[in-house]
Design a protein around this ligand. Structure first.
Ligand SMILES: [Zn+2]
Length: 377
């Protein structure tokens, strides 16, 4: 979805509007009105500054957004809203989000997908596989929804076969047990083939979890980010909450380790671009391997009208000398460029990179501190 919006052709003016719709804070839709009004005023003000046809275009965008809020918006589990609009060209994308965003409005040639990407990165779907000696359950957690998947496998019949020879009874039990775990694993593998996820959580008595894992392919085992031991009969909400907690813990640890790595490299000035200017250079030179950006970081800049290079601040393009179009938030455009080029993105908490310019990139190749003089086009 972020990719589709990031791929919009650049136009004269695109209106991007993010609205915090956190239920506890703003329980009724009318509670959003004052803030919507404020954001609309900011958008009109910005449009006036840009002049030309922009105010008329932005007015159409705001009408479209107001119309959507008035007619199509159902509160439900929505905690954030994003709008990308170039109504004059028939481009309008309203997005409801399961996590809050901060209020923001941007009017510039391209959509600002930074907050959208941050939310999507923070709410990747998770599958929970719960298993004990007799039963299995599968849950899929996606954007705040909990879906209990139908697990046909309900354990083989356990009544004693009277024809069975006494000596083979234990072996028979053992085989039935193996069959059970194999069947649960098969359903899980099938589900992950159908709808892949990157995060898997296993639940059940430790010995049962170990049995199940034996039947999982290595790739799927590598996606296990948490193990827990809640009872099989736990409510799906309870399982989902515990799984989210487990995933959250793993993610925090991964991010901390990534930040540590980034800091070490920044300290020795190897393998990273640090700060806005160096990061935009690395992106332009196609040397960035992963973009790391603080949530909420915004900075003014521009995009070269000829070669497309992003630059901080104003002035002509340092690469080709052509004029640059002004961007309110060049960080949003940097994120969009990363999305377009399938670069991994890591959003860190505001303040995490404060001393390092709030944005950076891992640069896999050596000597990659970008040069302005490259022949990037
Ligand atoms: Zn240029």
């Amino acid at each position: 979805m972020a990719r589709a919006v990031a791929d919009w052709p650049h136009g004269l003016a695109t209106t991007t509007l993010y609205l915090d719709a956190e239920g506890s804070q703003y329980p009724r839709r009318s509670d959003l009105d004052p803030r919507v009004g404020h954001l609309f005023r900011l958008a009109r003000q910005r449009a006036e500054e840009l002049g030309g046809d922009v105010p008329a275009q932005v007015a159409r965008d705001l009408t479209r957004i107001a119309g959507w809020l008035g007619e199509d918006f159902e509160r439900g589990a929505v905690r954030g809203l994003a709008f990308f609009s170039r109504a004059g060209e028939g481009l309008f994308e309203p997005v409801t989000l399961p996590l809050p965003v901060y209020d923001q409005v941007v009017v510039e040639p391209e959509p600002d997908v930074a907050q959208l990407c941050a939310v999507l990165a923070a709410c990747r779907p998770v599958v929970v596989a719960a298993v004990d000696g007799r039963h299995g359950r599968l849950l899929r957690l996606d954007a705040g929804d909990v879906e209990e998947l139908d697990l046909e496998e309900d354990g083989p019949p356990r009544q004693v076969d009277t024809d069975l020879e006494l000596g083979s009874f234990d072996r028979h039990e053992e085989e039935l047990g193996r069959e059970h775990y194999r069947a649960v694993a098969q359903v899980l593998v099938h589900e992950l083939e159908r709808r892949p996820v990157t995060h898997l959580v296993l639940d059940g008595p430790p010995e049962a979890v170990v049995e199940l894992e034996q039947f999982l392919p290595p790739l799927i085992r590598s996606q296990v980010v948490g193990r827990m031991a809640l009872p099989m009969r736990s409510g799906s909400t309870e399982l989902a909450a515990a799984a989210s907690e487990a995933v959250g813990g793993t993610e925090r640890a991964r991010r901390a380790s990534l930040l540590h790595d980034f800091r070490e490299r920044a300290h020795t000035r190897t393998g990273v671009a640090v700060g806005l200017e160096a990061t935009l250079d690395a992106l332009a030179e196609k040397q960035a391997g992963m973009l790391v950006v603080e949530r909420g970081f915004e900075a003014a800049g521009g995009r070269c009208t000829r070669c497309g290079r992003l630059v901080p601040g104003g002035g002509p393009c340092p690469n080709c000398g052509a004029a640059t179009g002004t961007l309110d938030n060049v960080v949003g455009s940097a994120v969009a460029d990363a999305v377009r080029h399938d670069l991994p993105l890591e959003f860190v908490v505001a303040g995490d990179l404060e001393d390092l310019g709030r944005i950076g990139a891992f640069v896999p190749r050596r000597g990659a501190t970008a040069s302005w003089r490259s022949d990037h086009a």
